[in-house]
Design a protein around this ligand. Structure first.
Ligand code: UT7
Length: 323
Protein backbone atom coordinates (compact mmCIF):
# COMPACT_ATOMS: atom_id res chain seq x y z
CA UNK A 1 0.00 0.00 0.00
CA UNK A 2 1.39 3.42 -0.92
CA UNK A 3 0.75 6.54 1.13
CA UNK A 4 2.20 10.01 1.48
CA UNK A 5 4.81 10.30 4.18
CA UNK A 6 7.24 13.08 5.04
CA UNK A 7 10.95 12.44 4.57
CA UNK A 8 13.98 14.50 5.46
CA UNK A 9 15.22 15.70 2.09
CA UNK A 10 18.10 17.82 3.39
CA UNK A 11 19.76 19.11 6.54
CA UNK A 12 22.01 22.04 7.38
CA UNK A 13 23.34 23.92 10.37
CA UNK A 14 25.14 27.08 11.35
CA UNK A 15 27.26 28.08 14.32
CA UNK A 16 28.32 31.71 14.76
CA UNK A 17 32.05 32.42 14.36
CA UNK A 18 32.87 33.44 17.91
CA UNK A 19 33.96 30.47 20.05
CA UNK A 20 33.92 30.89 23.83
CA UNK A 21 35.78 28.17 25.73
CA UNK A 22 35.28 27.11 29.33
CA UNK A 23 38.62 28.75 30.09
CA UNK A 24 37.28 32.04 28.67
CA UNK A 25 34.23 31.77 30.95
CA UNK A 26 36.39 30.99 33.99
CA UNK A 27 37.85 34.49 33.59
CA UNK A 28 34.36 36.02 33.92
CA UNK A 29 32.57 33.70 36.32
CA UNK A 30 33.54 31.65 39.41
CA UNK A 31 33.81 28.34 37.55
CA UNK A 32 36.38 26.03 35.96
CA UNK A 33 36.88 24.04 32.78
CA UNK A 34 36.97 20.92 34.94
CA UNK A 35 33.56 21.60 36.58
CA UNK A 36 31.82 22.42 33.32
CA UNK A 37 33.28 19.41 31.47
CA UNK A 38 32.57 16.85 34.17
CA UNK A 39 29.10 18.12 35.10
CA UNK A 40 27.84 18.82 31.57
CA UNK A 41 30.26 17.55 28.91
CA UNK A 42 30.62 21.05 27.43
CA UNK A 43 34.04 22.37 26.37
CA UNK A 44 33.04 25.36 24.29
CA UNK A 45 30.07 27.19 22.81
CA UNK A 46 29.50 29.73 20.03
CA UNK A 47 28.09 33.20 20.64
CA UNK A 48 26.47 35.28 17.92
CA UNK A 49 27.73 38.80 17.28
CA UNK A 50 25.69 41.78 18.49
CA UNK A 51 24.41 42.47 14.98
CA UNK A 52 23.28 38.87 14.34
CA UNK A 53 19.68 38.07 15.17
CA UNK A 54 18.09 34.62 15.42
CA UNK A 55 16.66 34.82 11.90
CA UNK A 56 20.21 35.35 10.56
CA UNK A 57 21.38 32.14 12.23
CA UNK A 58 18.24 30.35 11.06
CA UNK A 59 18.57 31.58 7.47
CA UNK A 60 22.21 30.44 7.29
CA UNK A 61 21.26 26.92 8.44
CA UNK A 62 18.21 26.87 6.15
CA UNK A 63 20.23 27.82 3.04
CA UNK A 64 22.44 24.78 3.63
CA UNK A 65 19.45 22.50 4.17
CA UNK A 66 17.86 23.74 0.93
CA UNK A 67 21.10 23.15 -0.96
CA UNK A 68 21.39 19.67 0.58
CA UNK A 69 17.82 18.92 -0.54
CA UNK A 70 18.49 20.26 -4.03
CA UNK A 71 15.55 22.64 -3.68
CA UNK A 72 15.13 26.37 -4.16
CA UNK A 73 13.15 28.91 -2.12
CA UNK A 74 10.26 28.68 -4.57
CA UNK A 75 9.77 25.01 -3.66
CA UNK A 76 9.04 25.74 0.02
CA UNK A 77 5.43 26.07 1.12
CA UNK A 78 5.77 26.06 4.92
CA UNK A 79 8.36 27.64 7.24
CA UNK A 80 8.44 26.74 10.94
CA UNK A 81 11.02 28.16 13.30
CA UNK A 82 11.33 26.68 16.78
CA UNK A 83 12.84 29.30 19.04
CA UNK A 84 12.61 30.96 22.45
CA UNK A 85 14.78 33.86 21.32
CA UNK A 86 12.76 35.43 18.49
CA UNK A 87 14.07 38.52 16.70
CA UNK A 88 11.03 40.42 17.93
CA UNK A 89 8.01 39.71 20.16
CA UNK A 90 6.10 39.73 16.88
CA UNK A 91 5.97 39.00 14.01
CA UNK A 92 7.40 35.51 13.99
CA UNK A 93 11.05 34.82 13.31
CA UNK A 94 9.78 32.50 10.56
CA UNK A 95 8.56 35.41 8.43
CA UNK A 96 11.98 37.09 8.65
CA UNK A 97 13.61 33.83 7.55
CA UNK A 98 11.08 33.61 4.73
CA UNK A 99 11.95 37.15 3.58
CA UNK A 100 15.72 36.61 3.92
CA UNK A 101 15.54 33.48 1.76
CA UNK A 102 13.08 34.95 -0.77
CA UNK A 103 10.55 32.22 -0.09
CA UNK A 104 7.27 33.15 -1.83
CA UNK A 105 4.08 33.67 0.23
CA UNK A 106 3.26 30.56 2.27
CA UNK A 107 2.46 29.62 5.87
CA UNK A 108 5.22 30.68 8.27
CA UNK A 109 5.13 30.60 12.04
CA UNK A 110 7.17 30.04 15.19
CA UNK A 111 6.85 27.30 17.76
CA UNK A 112 7.68 28.01 21.39
CA UNK A 113 8.48 24.69 23.04
CA UNK A 114 11.99 25.54 24.25
CA UNK A 115 14.40 22.62 23.90
CA UNK A 116 11.61 20.37 22.61
CA UNK A 117 10.92 22.90 19.85
CA UNK A 118 12.55 21.07 16.96
CA UNK A 119 10.72 17.82 17.70
CA UNK A 120 7.44 19.75 18.00
CA UNK A 121 8.15 21.62 14.75
CA UNK A 122 9.04 18.49 12.79
CA UNK A 123 5.89 16.87 14.07
CA UNK A 124 3.76 19.85 12.98
CA UNK A 125 5.38 19.90 9.53
CA UNK A 126 4.86 16.14 9.19
CA UNK A 127 1.15 16.56 9.99
CA UNK A 128 0.79 19.29 7.36
CA UNK A 129 2.50 17.10 4.77
CA UNK A 130 0.51 13.92 5.40
CA UNK A 131 -2.72 15.97 5.32
CA UNK A 132 -1.70 16.99 1.81
CA UNK A 133 -1.51 20.72 2.61
CA UNK A 134 2.22 21.10 2.09
CA UNK A 135 4.86 19.56 -0.17
CA UNK A 136 8.14 20.91 1.20
CA UNK A 137 8.49 22.33 4.70
CA UNK A 138 11.51 24.17 6.06
CA UNK A 139 11.84 23.27 9.73
CA UNK A 140 14.40 25.20 11.77
CA UNK A 141 15.60 25.29 15.36
CA UNK A 142 17.48 28.53 16.03
CA UNK A 143 18.55 30.31 19.19
CA UNK A 144 20.54 33.29 20.33
CA UNK A 145 20.53 32.22 23.98
CA UNK A 146 23.52 34.44 24.80
CA UNK A 147 21.09 37.39 24.96
CA UNK A 148 19.24 35.63 27.76
CA UNK A 149 21.97 34.64 30.20
CA UNK A 150 22.50 35.92 33.72
CA UNK A 151 26.25 36.29 34.14
CA UNK A 152 25.75 36.32 37.91
CA UNK A 153 24.27 32.80 37.84
CA UNK A 154 27.12 30.37 37.21
CA UNK A 155 24.75 27.39 37.32
CA UNK A 156 23.13 28.45 34.04
CA UNK A 157 25.38 30.88 32.14
CA UNK A 158 28.07 28.27 31.44
CA UNK A 159 25.67 25.82 29.81
CA UNK A 160 24.13 27.59 26.84
CA UNK A 161 25.24 28.62 23.36
CA UNK A 162 23.92 30.06 20.10
CA UNK A 163 23.31 28.23 16.83
CA UNK A 164 20.82 26.95 14.30
CA UNK A 165 19.95 23.74 12.52
CA UNK A 166 17.46 23.06 9.77
CA UNK A 167 15.79 20.27 7.88
CA UNK A 168 13.71 20.21 4.71
CA UNK A 169 10.81 17.83 5.17
CA UNK A 170 9.26 16.72 1.88
CA UNK A 171 6.24 14.70 0.83
CA UNK A 172 7.11 11.33 -0.62
CA UNK A 173 5.00 8.40 -1.67
CA UNK A 174 6.13 5.52 0.44
CA UNK A 175 4.99 2.24 1.75
CA UNK A 176 5.73 -0.14 4.52
CA UNK A 177 9.42 -0.17 5.43
CA UNK A 178 9.95 3.07 3.49
CA UNK A 179 11.62 6.30 4.50
CA UNK A 180 9.88 8.96 6.56
CA UNK A 181 8.39 9.72 9.94
CA UNK A 182 7.17 6.54 11.62
CA UNK A 183 5.84 7.93 14.90
CA UNK A 184 5.88 11.08 16.96
CA UNK A 185 4.96 11.95 20.53
CA UNK A 186 4.69 15.33 22.19
CA UNK A 187 3.84 16.17 25.76
CA UNK A 188 4.08 19.04 28.25
CA UNK A 189 3.30 19.56 31.93
CA UNK A 190 2.85 23.20 32.86
CA UNK A 191 2.88 22.36 36.57
CA UNK A 192 6.62 21.90 36.12
CA UNK A 193 7.17 25.28 34.39
CA UNK A 194 8.78 26.71 37.54
CA UNK A 195 11.84 24.52 36.96
CA UNK A 196 13.04 26.19 33.74
CA UNK A 197 11.81 29.53 32.45
CA UNK A 198 12.65 33.11 31.59
CA UNK A 199 11.77 35.53 34.38
CA UNK A 200 10.59 38.14 31.88
CA UNK A 201 8.08 38.48 29.07
CA UNK A 202 6.06 41.07 27.13
CA UNK A 203 2.88 40.81 29.23
CA UNK A 204 4.53 40.35 32.63
CA UNK A 205 7.63 42.53 32.84
CA UNK A 206 7.89 43.96 29.31
CA UNK A 207 11.46 42.65 29.30
CA UNK A 208 13.10 39.55 27.87
CA UNK A 209 14.19 38.25 31.28
CA UNK A 210 16.96 35.78 32.08
CA UNK A 211 17.11 31.98 32.09
CA UNK A 212 16.20 30.47 35.46
CA UNK A 213 16.68 26.76 36.07
CA UNK A 214 16.40 24.24 38.85
CA UNK A 215 19.08 22.04 37.31
CA UNK A 216 18.69 18.95 39.45
CA UNK A 217 14.91 18.74 38.94
CA UNK A 218 15.20 19.30 35.20
CA UNK A 219 17.91 16.64 35.03
CA UNK A 220 15.65 14.09 36.73
CA UNK A 221 12.66 14.85 34.51
CA UNK A 222 14.85 14.87 31.40
CA UNK A 223 16.09 11.32 31.98
CA UNK A 224 12.60 10.00 32.83
CA UNK A 225 10.65 11.75 30.13
CA UNK A 226 13.09 11.52 27.22
CA UNK A 227 13.42 7.77 27.84
CA UNK A 228 9.65 7.39 28.14
CA UNK A 229 9.09 9.36 24.93
CA UNK A 230 11.47 7.13 22.95
CA UNK A 231 9.77 4.03 24.34
CA UNK A 232 6.39 5.39 23.27
CA UNK A 233 7.41 6.15 19.67
CA UNK A 234 9.12 2.76 19.37
CA UNK A 235 5.95 1.04 20.54
CA UNK A 236 3.74 3.16 18.27
CA UNK A 237 5.90 2.30 15.27
CA UNK A 238 6.18 -1.35 16.27
CA UNK A 239 9.98 -1.36 16.28
CA UNK A 240 12.22 -2.68 19.01
CA UNK A 241 14.82 -0.34 20.43
CA UNK A 242 17.70 -2.45 19.16
CA UNK A 243 16.51 -1.62 15.64
CA UNK A 244 17.29 2.07 16.24
CA UNK A 245 20.43 2.91 14.29
CA UNK A 246 20.99 6.34 15.84
CA UNK A 247 19.69 8.05 18.95
CA UNK A 248 19.88 11.82 18.38
CA UNK A 249 19.01 13.40 21.74
CA UNK A 250 18.83 17.00 22.83
CA UNK A 251 22.32 18.12 23.77
CA UNK A 252 21.87 19.57 27.28
CA UNK A 253 24.14 17.41 29.39
CA UNK A 254 26.30 14.39 28.53
CA UNK A 255 25.18 12.73 31.78
CA UNK A 256 21.51 13.04 30.76
CA UNK A 257 22.31 11.61 27.33
CA UNK A 258 24.24 8.68 28.83
CA UNK A 259 21.54 7.96 31.42
CA UNK A 260 18.85 7.91 28.71
CA UNK A 261 20.97 5.66 26.49
CA UNK A 262 21.44 3.27 29.40
CA UNK A 263 17.76 3.24 30.33
CA UNK A 264 16.81 2.63 26.72
CA UNK A 265 19.53 0.01 26.34
CA UNK A 266 20.99 1.77 23.31
CA UNK A 267 24.64 1.07 22.52
CA UNK A 268 26.67 4.23 23.31
CA UNK A 269 28.26 3.92 19.86
CA UNK A 270 24.80 4.62 18.38
CA UNK A 271 24.30 7.88 20.27
CA UNK A 272 25.12 11.18 18.57
CA UNK A 273 26.86 13.54 20.99
CA UNK A 274 27.93 17.02 19.91
CA UNK A 275 27.44 18.95 23.15
CA UNK A 276 31.18 19.36 23.72
CA UNK A 277 31.45 21.77 20.80
CA UNK A 278 28.32 23.92 21.13
CA UNK A 279 26.81 23.47 24.59
CA UNK A 280 23.06 23.59 25.04
CA UNK A 281 21.56 25.41 22.05
CA UNK A 282 17.95 24.54 22.98
CA UNK A 283 15.84 23.97 19.86
CA UNK A 284 18.94 24.04 17.62
CA UNK A 285 20.74 21.18 19.33
CA UNK A 286 19.04 18.19 17.66
CA UNK A 287 19.34 19.54 14.10
CA UNK A 288 22.97 20.57 14.80
CA UNK A 289 23.73 17.01 15.96
CA UNK A 290 21.81 15.52 13.04
CA UNK A 291 23.65 17.65 10.50
CA UNK A 292 27.06 16.84 11.94
CA UNK A 293 26.40 13.09 11.89
CA UNK A 294 25.05 13.24 8.33
CA UNK A 295 28.06 15.30 7.18
CA UNK A 296 30.61 12.95 8.78
CA UNK A 297 28.92 9.92 7.21
CA UNK A 298 27.62 8.23 10.35
CA UNK A 299 23.93 8.73 9.55
CA UNK A 300 23.02 7.32 6.15
CA UNK A 301 19.87 7.13 4.03
CA UNK A 302 17.62 4.39 5.37
CA UNK A 303 18.90 4.54 8.96
CA UNK A 304 16.31 4.46 11.74
CA UNK A 305 16.65 7.57 13.94
CA UNK A 306 15.12 8.38 17.32
CA UNK A 307 15.13 12.12 18.09
CA UNK A 308 14.12 13.15 21.60
CA UNK A 309 14.21 16.21 23.81
CA UNK A 310 12.97 17.90 26.97
CA UNK A 311 13.10 21.52 28.03
CA UNK A 312 11.23 24.51 29.42
CA UNK A 313 7.53 23.87 29.92
CA UNK A 314 8.40 21.33 30.85
CA UNK A 315 7.82 20.18 27.29
CA UNK A 316 9.20 17.03 25.74
CA UNK A 317 8.80 14.70 22.82
CA UNK A 318 10.29 12.20 20.46
CA UNK A 319 10.15 11.43 16.79
CA UNK A 320 11.10 8.16 15.13
CA UNK A 321 11.98 8.34 11.44
CA UNK A 322 13.68 6.43 8.71
CA UNK A 323 16.20 8.90 7.30
O1 UT7 B 1 17.96 22.16 27.86
C1 UT7 B 1 16.95 22.17 28.80
C2 UT7 B 1 17.12 21.13 29.77
N1 UT7 B 1 18.20 21.46 30.68
C3 UT7 B 1 18.84 20.46 31.22
O2 UT7 B 1 18.56 19.34 30.90
C4 UT7 B 1 19.83 20.76 32.33
C5 UT7 B 1 19.61 19.79 33.47
N2 UT7 B 1 20.51 19.95 34.58
C6 UT7 B 1 21.85 19.76 34.50
O3 UT7 B 1 22.37 19.51 33.43
C7 UT7 B 1 22.66 19.80 35.76
O4 UT7 B 1 21.79 19.81 36.87
C8 UT7 B 1 23.62 21.01 35.84
C9 UT7 B 1 24.77 20.86 34.82
C10 UT7 B 1 22.86 22.28 35.59
C11 UT7 B 1 24.25 21.07 37.23
O5 UT7 B 1 24.88 19.85 37.56
P1 UT7 B 1 24.60 19.17 38.97
O6 UT7 B 1 25.43 17.98 39.04
O7 UT7 B 1 23.11 18.98 39.10
O8 UT7 B 1 25.15 20.25 39.97
P2 UT7 B 1 24.37 21.03 41.12
O9 UT7 B 1 23.43 22.02 40.57
O10 UT7 B 1 23.85 20.04 42.09
O11 UT7 B 1 25.57 21.83 41.80
C12 UT7 B 1 26.65 21.13 42.43
C13 UT7 B 1 27.62 22.15 42.96
C14 UT7 B 1 26.96 23.22 43.81
O12 UT7 B 1 27.82 23.49 44.89
P3 UT7 B 1 27.52 22.85 46.34
O13 UT7 B 1 26.17 23.34 46.72
O14 UT7 B 1 27.58 21.37 46.15
O15 UT7 B 1 28.64 23.41 47.17
C15 UT7 B 1 26.91 24.42 42.90
O16 UT7 B 1 26.95 25.65 43.59
O17 UT7 B 1 28.27 22.84 41.89
C16 UT7 B 1 28.18 24.25 42.10
N3 UT7 B 1 28.15 24.92 40.80
C17 UT7 B 1 29.25 25.26 40.12
N4 UT7 B 1 30.55 25.16 40.41
C18 UT7 B 1 31.43 25.60 39.50
C19 UT7 B 1 27.06 25.23 40.07
N5 UT7 B 1 27.44 25.80 38.92
C20 UT7 B 1 28.78 25.83 38.92
C21 UT7 B 1 29.75 26.28 38.00
N6 UT7 B 1 31.06 26.16 38.33
N7 UT7 B 1 29.42 26.82 36.81
Amino acid sequence: MSFVNSVIAGVGSYLPERVVTNHDLAKLVDTSDEWIRTRSGIAERHFASDDQVTSDLAANAARKALEDAGLGPEDIDLVIVATVTPDRTFPSTAVYVQAKLNIPPCAAYDISAACAGFVYALSAAHDAIVRGQVKNALVIGAEKLSCFLDWNDRATCVLFGDGAGAAVLSAEHGGEGGRGVLASYMCADGRLACNLYSDGGPSSTATVGKVRMNGREVFRHAVDKISDAVMRVSERAGVSRNQIDWFVPHQANIRIIEACGKRLDIDPAKVIVTIEKHGNTSSASIPLALDEAVRDGRIKRGDLLALASLGGGLAWGSLLLRF
